[in-house]
Design a protein. Sequence first.
Length: 176
Amino acid sequence: MTHLKEKVARLRRSYAPHEYRPLGGYLVAMGTYAGVTASLAALVKVTGRPVPRRPALADVMLLCVATHKLSRLLAKDAVTSPLRAPFTRYTQPIGSGEVMEAVRDSGSSTRHAIGELVSCPFCLAVWVATGLTGGLVLVPRLTRLVATALTAVTASDFLQMAYAVAQRVAEGGGEH
């Protein structure tokens, strides 16, 4: 066991000699993702739910927008910051109800890796898309309903931003 730990420590040092990279934490995250994905696949098999040969384009587009919104909500929204707080530290607001956070450097590679995951909408998107795709197979009506709500919120966000820009222009504060 000591020999293995030494090998892992050497690998970590040679991989990123000038920066801390939580390789062990990344392994835990990848293992967890593989376990969740395998569990979803097993659940699909056990329940006998049919897996579409080719998903409908409308479902793909719906899940694209829903994945974007849910990933962003989980990773950046001020209201969801209590979920990230054990792994991140607040740094500043970044507008539209979102916050910027830094990963806590606690010495635990797993905690650090989770902090990177939960504060990065791009990183979370893989997990969210997997969950929504599994939901589309296991409970398609409910998943489509939730994805539709997330898509409506995304459209609303863009309309709110466009309205704010139009309002600034109308008041003479924007560029023409």
